[in-house]
Design a protein around this ligand. Structure first.
Ligand SMILES: [Zn+2]
Length: 385
């Protein structure tokens, strides 16, 4: 039945850095069952203190998302380029569903030692830094949630509600793709190459929206006057800034979840973003990226500043007007060098996604850069600049 994760953990230290194998054979899933629970050793602190690891079956939730075409498109781009994603919007509108659905459109693993399904590891605000990083139990290092999400998705719900120490411990693994568990006389390193998907309400009451704010911008900022939202503007800012700039910077895509009216929800609308098409989009876009960067499994989000520099120096040498456009976008939005890199990588992913039906397809165009800048900065979302 279930592969013994415990055995893998015991071997991890002897073998040095290695991915944590968390394997669930497809046959372990009963018909109609959408998740399987893997437990660590019953007496381990991680098993007691953190959530089990669920694996969602492919194909179940994506087509169940009603409306939210913009957020779905952003999720496809994030999945295709392996960009970290932040979903912002009111409670109860499907942020968690979209996060779960994203995991179902990712390419299947072809490593015979692993489950074909990429792991989806959810965590909520009760999660401690230790449960994210891992711990040592009876002198055996145990992976935390960051390592369990290796090669899959780590989903942090209600991001601003996490403790400061939990948020801080995400920063280094997001850069190095590894997590270190310190132990007496040394340390153990686990692979932690996860895609971060996070969700948050825009404000403490959850109802703050960009349109309502701009419409009331002349009103006293401390007055709870915005329609539906009872939070003073300084509280909205305080809430959003709990995430912290360095972590916010490591999230490439910020997407807005709309408040869905009853009419919109039940309107029969034809969505082009079906699960089948989105999976194909992600697979084709991934193949393009592998060709571009010349590494197995390489994605646009993983490109180093040097890679971006080299690729776009060649590209802009042949496309002067496009360089001018990116310069204008960066100047108008006051983008840092790091954000410009993010915009360039996202523009590539958007172009990769749009070219699935046409091998030659249109090249990068101005719209790709503009949309990428919107996604990277959260323009049009409830995030306050
Ligand atoms: Zn509010």
């Amino acid at each position: 039945m279930l592969h013994s994760l415990w055995e893998t953990i015991k071997r991890a230290d002897a073998a040095g850095p290695r991915p944590v194998a968390t394997t669930v054979p497809e046959t372990a899933l009963s018909p109609g069952e959408d998740l399987v629970t893997l437990f660590l050793a019953p007496d381990s602190p991680i098993a007691r203190s953190t959530v089990p690891v669920p694996y969602y079956r492919r194909g179940e939730p994506w087509d169940a998302i009603a409306g939210q075409e913009g957020a779905k498109a952003a999720a496809v781009v994030a999945a295709a380029g392996r960009h970290n994603l932040l979903l912002v919007g009111p409670p109860g509108e499907g942020k968690t569903l979209i996060a779960r659905a994203l995991a179902t459109i990712l390419p299947l693993e072809d490593d015979p030692g692993r489950s074909p399904f990429p792991p989806f590891v959810p965590a909520d605000q009760t999660c401690t830094a230790q449960s994210l990083i891992g711990t040592v139990h009876k002198d055996v290092p145990q992976p935390g949630l960051l390592a369990l999400a290796n090669r899959g998705v780590l989903f942090l719900d209600e991001l601003p509600e996490f403790s400061r120490s939990a948020l801080q411990c995400l920063r280094t693994p997001l850069e190095t793709r590894r997590v270190i568990v310190n132990r007496a006389g040394g340390h153990a390193t686990f692979a932690a190459d996860f895609q971060l998907v996070a969700a948050m309400n825009p404000c403490p009451c959850g109802r703050f929206s960009p349109e309502e704010d701009s419409a009331s911008s002349v009103i006293d900022a401390t007055a709870p006057t915005r329609k539906g939202c009872t939070c003073p503007r300084n509280k909205v800012l305080e809430y959003q800034r709990r995430i912290g700039g360095p972590l916010f910077d490591r999230i490439d895509v910020k997407a807005q979840i709309e408040r869905l009216s009853v009419g919109k929800r039940f309107k029969k609308a034809h969505s082009t973003l079906t699960a089948e098409r989105c999976r194909r989009t992600v697979a084709v876009a991934r193949a393009r990226q592998q060709d571009r960067w010349g590494q197995p499994g390489a994605c646009n989000a993983d490109a180093s500043p040097g890679d971006v520099q080299q690729f776009f120096a060649d590209y802009f040498a042949d496309n002067g007007p496009m360089l001018k456009h990116v310069e204008d976008v960066a100047e108008y939005r006051q983008l840092s060098t790091r954000t410009v890199d993010k915009v360039l990588k996202l523009a590539l992913t958007i172009a990769d996604c749009e070219r699935i039906d046409d091998e030659q397809g249109p090249p990068l165009c101005k719209r790709h850069f503009t949309v990428a800048a919107d996604l990277a900065t959260g323009a049009g979302s409830s995030l306050v600049a």
